[in-house]
Design a protein around this ligand. Sequence first.
Ligand code: ADP
Ligand code: ADP
Ligand code: ZN
Length: 227
Amino acid sequence: MDAATMTKPAVLILLGPPGAGKGTQARMLEEKFGLVQLSTGDLLRAAVAASTEAGKAAKAVMEAGKLVSDEIVVNILRDRLAQPDCARGVILDGFPRTTVQAGALDALLAESGQGINAAINLEVDDAAMVTRISGRFTCGDCGEGYHDTFKAPVVAGTCDKCGSTNMKRRADDNAETVASRLVAYHEQTAPLIAYYKARDVLKSIDAMGDIDTIAADLAAIVKQATA
Ligand code: ADP
Ligand code: ADP
Ligand code: ZN
């Protein structure tokens, strides 16, 4: 197959407020479609844990529930996108979060002749998002996400996927920080809905239902957008 007939890797964006279920759905899409989940939140938490320069600059901002600078986040994403596994196609989870980031992504993709297949907006109301975030925990070993009420492990405290008992709660998943994250979402990220609508790649799904119903709706959209 020559370069001209080769299919370009798919680029899907999951939009939605914190706690909408982006990470949960992105992991399911990874399994179903062989795509790679790129979560800037996960990449930033790794940078904080490793005490890199970017991590040191991001730490306090994340703890306050504000957005990390576009420059730091775009650099982190650019490096990750350049890794070979991304040729399988990517699901961007939590990026872009500002119109500056969206412009930077367009420029980055244009360099390799790629474009956005779909930006899928998970619609949830603010109250549901607070309930989802306040019960969230994650397996510290394999990254599987859980919820006290909505997605409890089969055996309490033990990861269904890998058997680990190393469960973690995020420092920023507290009521006070959630309020700031919600403000940041409405002021800086929600305008991306119009941004992608204007580019004709916006899809919206009702994300108030249960995890499996949303996953089925999402899979149908992804199938169509990557056909
Ligand atoms: P995001 O990545 O958008 O911040 P997560 O995927 O981490 O959101 O989900 C937030 C929390 O809500 C997690 O604890 C997750 O298990 C739970 N959750 C995800 N989707 C749903 C859903 N459809 N209904 C109820 N809880 C959900
Ligand atoms: P959520 O569950 O709220 O969607 P994430 O894990 O995506 O959380 O992000 C956690 C924090 O990391 C955010 O509150 C913000 O401080 C920072 N962050 C993640 N992605 C970005 C981004 N694209 N731009 C700026 N800050 C980001
Ligand atoms: Zn696990």
